[in-house]
Design a protein around this ligand. Structure first.
Ligand code: TRP
Length: 596
């Protein structure tokens, strides 16, 4: 297509963003989604907080932002979606086309489980409209009042003291355990297990090993201190509650009991939903329908306008919930959890997960930004655009944590509750707020849904655009056919938590539900690999002329920094993380050395 007129006509036909801000808005709309509000808090909870967050932020800065710029650059220069983009830029078909294909596949896989979570959010929007937590609240209040009236104060004291002791000793014990690297504790655990089976003879045999013996000595000394700390915490708690009046104890015990009942019931409601495959099917289908309609309708009007209004509203609402959280008893603990690094709480797999999530949350590694970039006119500063998109995305992710964890800790819930975290925690707060809570709940889940929609659109767009650009399908046809195929492929994820699920041996065989397997494959493998190839392509393969043209107006020092990151730092980090995943590097010992 060397004829400039034909080129122009094609560009018009493909459609473009309506304004200069339009691209950034839509790209931010793609980036901000369930990944930020649903996934990031729950994987932060599962990976022990602080250190995971730091590693994630490093991944965003050193890997995510440079690759974001690379994707936008490739798309904008080629004016093609990913499968066609590499061939266009190289002037012929090369092996790089496979990277585009992997992206299309990843979009397929991600959207197939993404729609499930979006379906949950839809269900919760309706739940909020019918104020589902009100009866739970009323019942819990009654029960807690009965508890207060019928339980002896001494029993209340004992219960509260036990709770306080457990709570405080957990922090102390963590501090002590941190003094030795995890390998020591692993050796000690093995030793104890063996001695438990083999008895004294086994002990003598094991202690003959120099390395293990040293680990055992070290661990036993620390274990003594752990026991002492537990003891001290128990004593402190008893004294603490002895000093409080009966009325104070009664009031606190009632609150604790009420919250326990509410949390149990709200958690149960989530369990009921996800195990009900047909209900989730209904919601996922509805969500997919919306996604198809927007994609079929073209890129500028639908996507752009939605993003421009609703995104700031979502951020404001989340800000409000953070302020609410700041007044809750669990806020201090939440801050510590989210920001204080603790190498003992991070599993080695957490590093890959942080990297994978950096790709996921920025919509990188599958060509979504290549596709969106291809609809961009003009030569705005790519680096600036990337910084903005990543900045907004990161702010929303951190707000989500600061909104959710104070509630979790105030209610004495577990941060590692898994994929249900946001659905189990937020309704607790909305119900507690009382009269305005219902409106907040509707807004929150409604906006979460919008955020999910603007992200899902970008996934379907990547897949559909291949059939539009390369195969010459019409836009509506591509959107409908692929949307329906992806929906069908997503059905096993929809039913993954239903006890009647047909693929019964899936979870025992692969150690993960079908739903989690899809997430794991896409986020932890396909996206980092895709990102790796994109960075290599942009840094080393893309002709300098094209690169320079796209970086027009960017300060030379910025260009040099970006090149350094995209050529060396990002690929090396991604490769290192993948190597540790396949067992070549031991991240545990590296982290311990770094943080002690
Ligand atoms: N970034 C989105 C989120 O955080 C999800 C998403 C949209 C995505 N498009 C993508 C993830 C492309 C990977 C690739 O919810």
């Amino acid at each position: 297509m060397s004829d400039p007129k034909a080129k122009e006509a094609a560009a018009v036909e493909r459609g473009n963003w309506g304004s200069r801000l339009g691209f950034v808005m839509a790209a931010a709309g793609s980036a901000v989604g369930l990944g930020n509000v649903w996934k990031f808090p729950y994987i932060t909870g599962e990976n022990g907080g602080g250190l995971f967050v730091i590693i994630y932020l490093c991944c965003i800065a050193l890997v995510g932002i440079p690759i974001m710029a690379a994707e936008i650059m490739i798309g904008r220069a080629a004016k093609k979606q990913p499968v066609a983009a590499f061939a266009t830029l190289s002037g012929r078909k090369t092996g790089w086309t496979a990277v585009g294909w992997m992206g299309v596949l990843a979009g397929f896989v991600i959207l197939s489980f993404y729609m499930v979570v979006a379906g949950w959010a839809m269900d919760y929007t309706l739940k909020s409209i019918v104020n589902f937590s009100e009866p739970i609240h009323d019942a819990a209040e009654k029960k807690a009042t009965v508890y207060r009236a019928t339980t002896p104060v001494a029993a209340m004291r004992a219960r509260l003291a036990k709770r306080r002791a457990a709570h405080r000793s957990r922090a102390l014990v963590d501090d002590i355990k941190r003094e030795a690297p995890r390998s020591v504790w692993r050796g000690y655990a093995r030793y104890r297990a063996a001695v438990g089976v083999a008895g004294g003879a086994g002990r003598a045999a094991l202690l003959g090993e120099k390395k293990l013996a040293a680990q055992v000595v070290r661990a036993e000394a620390l274990q003594k201190r752990v026991d002492a700390a537990r003891e001290a915490a128990a004593v402190e708690a008893v004294t603490y509650y002895r000093k409080r009046s009966d009325d104070q104890v009664r009031a606190e015990a009632e609150t604790v009991e009420r919250r326990r009942i509410i949390a149990k019931k709200i958690g149960g409601a989530f369990g009921k939903l996800v195990t009900d495959g047909w209900t989730v099917t209904f919601w996922s289908a509805l969500f997919m329908l919306l996604t198809i309609l927007v994609v079929a309708g073209g890129i500028s009007s639908g996507i752009e306008r939605t993003c421009r209004f609703l995104m700031p509203t979502l951020i404001a609402l989340m800000g409000f919930m953070v302020v609410y959280g700041a007044f809750q008893s669990g806020f201090g603990e939440a801050l510590t959890f989210v920001f204080k690094p603790d190498p003992h709480r991070l599993k080695a797999s957490g590093v890959l997960e942080a990297l994978g999530h950096a790709f996921f949350t920025l919509s990188l590694g599958m060509g979504a930004m290549i596709t969106y970039g291809s609809y961009q006119e003009g030569k705005d500063n790519i680096i600036k655009q990337s910084l903005w998109i990543a900045g907004v995305d990161t702010v929303v992710a951190l707000l989500a944590c600061l909104m959710i964890f104070p509630i979790i800790f105030s209610y004495g819930q577990e941060p590692g509750a898994g994929p249900g975290l946001v659905f189990k925690s937020m309704p607790l707060a909305f119900a507690e707020i009382g009269s305005g809570g219902m409106l907040l709940a509707i807004l929150f889940f409604g906006l979460l849904l919008v955020a999910a929609l603007t992200s899902a659109i970008s996934m379907l767009e990547v897949v559909a655009s291949y059939f539009i650009d390369v195969r010459g399908w019409s836009r509506p046809r591509a959107a409908w056919i692929l949307g329906i195929v992806i929906f069908a492929f997503g059905l096993p994820s929809v039913f993954a938590f239903d006890p009647d699920f047909v693929l019964k041996s899936w979870e025992p065989t692969y150690g993960k539900s079908f739903f989690d397997t899809m997430d794991y494959l896409a986020s932890n493998w396909m996206l980092p690999l895709g990102g790796l190839f994109v960075s290599i392509y942009a840094g080393w393969v893309l002709p300098k002329k094209i690169r320079d043209a796209e970086l027009e107006g960017v300060a030379p020092i910025t260009v040099r920094g970006w090149l350094l990151l995209v050529r060396w730092v990002a690929p090396i980090l991604v490769i290192a993380v993948l190597l540790q995943k396949v067992g070549v590097l031991d991240i545990d010992e590296i982290l311990y050395a770094l943080f002690n």
